[in-house]
Design a protein around this ligand. Structure first.
Ligand SMILES: Nc1ncnc2c1ncn2[C@@H]1O[C@H](COP(=O)(O)OP(=O)(O)OP(=O)(O)O)[C@@H](O)[C@H]1O
Ligand SMILES: [Mg+2]
Length: 229
C-alpha cells in the first residue's frame, strides 16, 4: 500500500509558482530520494507536504487527502520532518531537544530507540545542543523527528554542511534505521552519495519539475544526468 500519493502538486509563494505539477507515490517502507540543485524547489516540496506553503493538487496520506489540513494535524497523522539546517533549540540539551519531538505516547521508550540508533547521543545527552559537533547536531535533528514514531519521515538535505566522513556515518545510521524501523522516507538532497545509497527510487528535480525518475536499476543513469545539469 502507498503511504503517500501526490498528484499534480503545485506550490506557490504569492503569485510565483515553484512546483509545476509533481506526481509520485511512496510505498510503505520505501525510500524515495530527490536530487536537485539550489533553488529547484526541494524545500518547497517538503513544506508542501507539511502544509507550510500554498498548494494545489492532491496529497493523500494513508489513503486520505490531507492537502486541506493544518500542519499540526498532518504531524499527528504520522508525518515528521528533519528540516533544512537542523533547526535545533541551541540552548537546550541534546536530550531536551529530542523530547521536543515527542507527541503523546511513551517518550522514554522512543528515547531509548533513538539512543540505540545513535549511541553517540546517549553519551552527549546532557550537552547543550549548540556545543555539539555538526554531525551530532544532525543526529539530534533526525532523532527528534523519530521521537513522534512517524510512518513517513521527510528529510531536507541531511548532509548539508557536513564533512564526507560524517555524511557516511549519518548515512550508515539511516540505513540501520531503515532496517530496524517501519518507516517510509522522502529525502531531498544535493549529495549524490547520500541520496543514491539510500534510495529505492529516485528522481531529479529541476525548476519545480521531475526531469528524470527511476528505480534502483537506473541510479547510474540518474547520477550521470544529475552531473550534467
Ligand atoms: N518564502 C519564499 N518566498 C518567495 N520565494 C521563495 C520563498 N522560499 C523559496 N522561494 C523561491 O522558491 C524557489 C525554490 O526554493 P527552495 O527553497 O524550495 O529550493 P531548494 O531546492 O530547497 O534550494 P536549496 O538547495 O538552496 O535549499 C527559489 O527560486 C526560491 O527563491
Ligand atoms: Mg532547500
Amino acid at each position: 500500500m502507498a503511504i503517500i500519493e501526490v498528484e499534480d502538486l503545485r506550490a506557490y509563494y504569492g503569485k510565483s509558482q515553484i512546483l509545476q505539477g509533481l506526481n509520485f507515490e511512496i510505498e510503505e517502507g520505501e525510500t524515495f530520494t530527490i536530487l536537485g540543485p539550489n533553488g529547484a524547489g526541494k524545500t518547497t516540496l517538503i513544506k508542501s507536504i507539511c502544509g507550510l506553503v500554498k498548494t494545489e493538487g492532491s496529497i493523500k496520506f494513508k489513503g486520505e487527502d490531507i492537502s486541506g489540513l493544518k500542519t499540526h494535524k498532518r504531524i499527528a497523522k504520522g508525518i515528521a520532518v528533519c528540516p533544512e539546517g537542523r533547526k535545533l533549540f541551541p540552548n537546550l540539551t541534546v536530550e531536551d531537544n529530542l523530547r521536543m519531538g515527542a507527541i503523546g505516547g511513551d517518550s522514554d521508550e522512543m528515547l531509548e530507540m533513538v539512543y540505540n540508533l545513535f549511541p553517540k547521543l546517549r553519551e552527549r545527552r546532557t550537552q547543550i545542543a549548540k556545543r555539539a559537533s555538526g554531525g551530532e547536531q544532525q543526529m539530534v535533528a533526525i532523532g527528534r523527528a523519530l521521537m513522534s514514531n512517524p510512518s513517513l519521515l521527510l528529510f531536507d538535505e541531511p548532509s548539508m554542511g557536513l564533512a564526507p566522513i560524517i555524511v557516511e556515518n549519518i548515512k550508515d545510521s539511516l540505513l540501520k534505521m531503515k532496517d530496524e524501523m517501519d518507516v517510509s522516507i522522502l529525502m531531498v538532497e544535493q549529495n549524490v552519495k547520500m541520496a543514491l545509497d539510500l534510495a529505492d527510487k529516485v528522481a531529479v528535480l529541476v525548476k519545480g519539475r521531475f526531469v528524470k525518475e527511476g528505480d534502483r536499476s537506473s541510479l547510474g543513469e540518474v547520477e550521470k544526468l544529475y552531473f550534467e545539469i
